[in-house]
Design a protein around this ligand. Structure first.
Ligand code: FEO
Length: 164
């Protein structure tokens, strides 16, 4: 049986991952509205990834004999200014998720809750990839013009992104 504190932390993280999906969909809508459908696809796929993360927490809680509890989602930012601003906000969001995963890992370690520690390892690795992904996009978007050749090449490339 999981300690109550850990159940609460895992449940909060599940809701947080759903919130991240919501936030990425709001980012996708900026690109859809501007006709950059490749970038929109990239962010829609990102939202699916977050939903997948949320469901991993759901299934883990169920496997441990707990019932997942759903909360109201916080409204995301619907007023994005630019692709670079979106990429920077994405990285900040991922860094916040990393801090949150680390906090649960600390709690699980404190309680010697090995099943939870094992489960969270996947997320520790995943966060390294997610932060790298957005750092890379920020670098590519810095100093290029929106709608220019390089930007449109990125849009074409992002149209190919699929859930992996
Ligand atoms: Fe679920 Fe992008 O972290």
């Amino acid at each position: 049986m999981l300690p109550k504190e850990i159940v609460t932390a895992l449940n909060n993280q599940m809701n947080y991952e759903f919130e991240a999906a919501h936030s990425y969909l709001a980012m996708a809508s900026y690109f859809s509205a501007h006709g950059y459908h490749g970038f929109a696809n990239f962010y829609m796929v990102q939202a699916e990834e977050e939903r997948f993360h949320a469901m991993k927490f759901y299934h883990f809680l169920v496997s441990m004999g707990e019932r997942p509890h759903f909360k109201a989602l916080t409204a995301p930012n619907n007023m994005h200014e630019s692709p670079l601003h979106i990429a920077k906000q994405s990285l900040e969001q991922e860094q916040a998720v990393t801090r949150s995963i680390y906090a649960i890992m600390d709690l699980a370690t404190e309680h010697k809750e090995h099943a939870t520690i094992q489960f969270l390892h996947w997320f520790v690795d995943e966060q390294v990839e997610e932060e790298e992904l957005f750092r890379d996009i920020i670098q590519k978007l810095s100093g290029i013009s929106v709608g220019g050749d390089y930007f449109m090449m990125m849009d074409k490339e992002f149209a190919e992104r699929k859930m992996h």
